[in-house]
Design a protein around this ligand. Sequence first.
Ligand SMILES: Nc1ncnc2c1ncn2[C@@H]1O[C@H](COP(=O)(O)OP(=O)(O)OP(=O)(O)O)[C@@H](O)[C@H]1O
Ligand SMILES: [Mg+2]
Length: 173
Amino acid sequence: MSSGKQSVKVVVRCRPLNDREKALGSKMVLSMDLRRCQCFIEKPGAVDEPPKQFTFDGNYFIDQTTEQMYNEIAYALVEGVTEGYNGTIFAYGQTGSGKSFTMQGVSEPAAQRGVIPRAFEHIFESIQVENTKFLVRASYLEIYNEEIRDLLGTDTKQRLEVNFLLLSLHPVC
Ligand SMILES: Nc1ncnc2c1ncn2[C@@H]1O[C@H](COP(=O)(O)OP(=O)(O)OP(=O)(O)O)[C@@H](O)[C@H]1O
Ligand SMILES: [Mg+2]
């Protein structure tokens, strides 16, 4: 993870091959140098071609956990939100790449609990202070094919007009 203080950070996470990919005999084409935050993609069969190389603000390979990602990436951002700064964590990737695994996660093993439950726990712990009341508003939505759908609504097919933050936190005077 780079130590720079830039306001936008882009990190990449690689998931293990799934059963279907293993059954097809697929080979892992991605490798990472975690210390240098670099990843390398090789073209299968093209032994003479050098791998394509990309550098990110943080790299997470198949054995890294969401706990590690949260502590290194999300923790400071959520902490900033509790101090009044805006913050967004955005998962991007093609279908099956691991967005829900990272954001929602699984309860077992505990190290793979998702970013969302971790952030909620973090926020509710930080607002347990005396003499101040907080109002926490949350929404959960999906942008798919350029349409926005409310995933907490009863009709998830209904398009949603959104003009507020995904998660906002206000001290109530
Ligand atoms: N880091 C990981 N370690 C182990 N399994 C993973 C990891 N990331 C994803 N998976 C598994 O890969 C599968 C696909 O992941 P996931 O459902 O999170 O993809 P997605 O990006 O949310 O896809 P979609 O866009 O279709 O919702 C799931 O079975 C998930 O458990
Ligand atoms: Mg998903």
